[in-house]
Design a protein around this ligand. Structure first.
Ligand SMILES: O=C[C@H](O)COP(=O)(O)O
Length: 252
């Protein structure tokens, strides 16, 4: 089964100025983008709706987080229903910055994933190991445990709206990209886990994308790996090279 290549731009807490926002929007609106690639950009909450209104229609937008309740006294949070009502189709959940800096456990990520799917959002579900965990041979175990928490609360049908982003923590924002072999091997392990824990059909159809220091220099080699179905791009998604990354599978 062929899986549509997916490129997400996670802007994180950027950009800060109107001029930078305009430059980024103009870049994406004017570039030639491979029409076969699903492109999703994820700005900070404040910019979600304005960006959605001015970005070319084939580019979708994603929130960078949401809570697991529909409404109520949860100061500072945004609910999946509010995102849905605002016409936001995707949400990123479980990013390592949320797990580390904001102490989100795999169980909380699972609750958020379940709530987002219940609100008919699609989810970019992030998993990944630290450097110490990789060096002690725990990569597969860590990724499997992070996924198992989500498997435990979902049905098989729910997986059609999930894109898994494998993002080794040691490669995020460090300039240290995983080698194409490291990425391929881990993606293959994640797919094998899905096959056992959910079903072979879900394993075959679920997109597993790579994130961590992706740039225009390394995207092509990563993109040809059979289990790499796209990218979640941080720093480079704020730069003109994001267009090269979106187009990385052209003429491959
Ligand atoms: O969500 C994106 C990842 O955190 C990757 O960020 P990066 O491309 O800046 O390393």
């Amino acid at each position: 089964m062929s899986r549509q290549f997916f490129v997400g731009g996670n802007f994180k807490m950027n950009p800060n100025t109107v001029a930078e926002k305009r430059a980024l929007t103009d870049l994406l609106n004017q570039a030639h983008l491979d029409p076969s690639v699903e492109v999703v950009v994820s700005p900070p909450f404040l910019w979600l709706i304005p960006l959605k209104e001015i970005i070319r229609p084939e580019i979708k937008v994603a929130a960078q987080n949401c809570y697991f309740k529909d409404s109520g006294a949860f100061t500072g949070e945004i609910s999946p229903l509010q995102l849905k009502d605002a016409g936001i189709p995707y949400v990123i959940l479980g990013h390592s910055e949320r797990r580390t800096l904001f102490h989100e456990t795999s169980e909380v990520v699972a609750l958020k994933t379940k709530a987002a799917l219940a609100a008919s959002l699609s989810v970019i579900l992030c998993i990944g190991e630290t450097l110490e965990q990789r060096e002690t041979g725990q990569t597969t175990k860590v990724c499997s445990e992070q996924l198992q928490a989500v498997v435990d609360v979902l049905t098989e049908a729910d997986w059609s709206k999930i894109v898994i982003a494998y993002e080794p923590v040691w490669a995020i924002g460090t300039g240290k990209v995983a080698t194409s072999k490291q990425a391929q091997d881990t993606h293959a392990d994640v797919r094998a886990f899905l096959s056992k824990a959910v079903s072979p059909a879900v394993a075959q159809s679920t997109r597993i994308i790579y994130g961590g220091s992706v740039n225009k220099g390394n995207c092509k080699e990563l993109s040809v790996q059979p289990d790499v179905d796209g990218f979640l791009v941080g720093g480079a998604s704020l730069k003109p090279e994001f267009v090269d990354i979106i187009n990385s599978t052209l003429n491959k």
